[in-house]
Design a protein around this ligand. Structure first.
Ligand SMILES: [Mn+2]
Length: 318
């Protein structure tokens, strides 16, 4: 019988794993852990953890998911993405049995030969959807799973301040905080942001690739990295190094455009590193701003998903 998110009691869960996107973040990891607890199977990850997510697993007392690997007969549930460009290379698309996500189905969606079970909603995080599924199935997540789900919501919504926040995110976060025994979720969210901002000993290449997504729009390949930080100056001073690493990455990945956004989560503004004239032109049209000395300052724009990417998408699609 086909795997179905709505009939968990009859699903085959042997060899089932739950996997999020490349450059895993707190939502992707928390959602994989929660999906495994709710539906059976085990959580996997598609890369090394960033500092925020490492802090979250430690704080919540949750286990680090194993790296994904090729296994014969493996069934894969996808969480927190739907694009081929964000899928680990060892995963065969035909092994995917379900998707739980909160992203637009854009140019390069994972495709299937058969109908699979999907749950995609315009909510602030995949973790919020998982929390709702726990509730609707009459189950309560364990304390550590409630904690990582809470972290997923706080991370993706920037503690409810991102424009991607839906009306569902905060109420579920409050319920999860109670189960997790987190007394002050705002303090937890701030501690997560602090952990994420501690980049002094992280190489410029690792910062660039820490939260990096690939897109293909109208035949054009775009790479877009983001670092959300409370200490943007720590990254701004590495401008020359970013340009060097971006040049290498652009060539290596065969990208038409590469961007890196330093998102100041306190001031709510992005400082975009502009690699070359091509990026200056595209970003200039998309954002209606001018590049200056390899920078473009974008006040009020803090979400790649809801603000920074859609206008790039629009310009390239035109
Ligand atoms: Mn997410």
């Amino acid at each position: 019988m086909a795997f179905d998110l709505d009939t968990p009691e009859t699903n085959e869960t042997d060899n089932l794993v739950w996997l999020g996107h490349l450059s895993p973040d707190s939502d992707t990891i928390g959602s994989a852990i929660a999906a495994a607890e709710l539906f059976g199977g085990e959580a996997r990850r598609a890369g090394e953890l960033n500092k925020e997510t490492a802090f979250v697993l430690d704080y919540c007392g949750a286990e680090l998911p194993k790296m994904i690997s090729k296994v014969e007969g493996q069934k894969i549930g996808i969480v927190d993405f739907n694009q081929k460009t964000q899928l680990h290379k060892d995963v065969n698309m035909n092994d995917i049995v379900a998707i739980i996500d909160h992203h637009a189905i854009q140019d390069q969606p994972i495709t299937f030969n058969t109908v699979i079970s999907m749950d995609i909603r315009p909510w602030g995080s995949a973790a919020t959807i998982l929390a709702d599924r726990f509730e609707k199935m009459g189950k309560q997540p364990s304390k550590s799973t409630a904690c990582v789900l809470l972290a997923g919501i706080l991370s993706d919504t920037l503690v409810f301040e991102s424009p991607t926040t839906s009306v569902f995110d905060k109420p579920f976060a409050e319920k999860l905080a109670k189960i997790a025994g987190v007394e002050d979720m705002y303090a937890f969210g701030l501690a997560m942001m602090e952990a994420k901002s501690d980049l002094a000993d992280v190489s410029t290449y690792d910062v660039l690739k820490g939260d990096f997504k690939h897109y293909e729009i109208n035949g054009k390949k775009v790479g877009y990295g983001v670092a959300e930080t409370l200490r943007p100056e720590q990254l701004v001073e590495r401008h020359a190094e970013f340009l060097k690493e971006m040049g290498g990455e652009k060539a290596k990945q065969g990208l038409d455009y590469i961007f890196f956004a330093i998102v100041d989560t306190k001031k709510k503004e992005t400082q975009l590193v502009i690699y070359s004239g091509a990026e200056a032109e595209l970003a200039g049209t998309a954002y209606g701003a001018a590049a200056n000395d390899g920078w473009m300052v974008l006040p009020g724009l803090i979400s790649r998903k809801k603000q920074l990417m859609p206008v790039i998408q629009e310009v390239l699609s035109a």
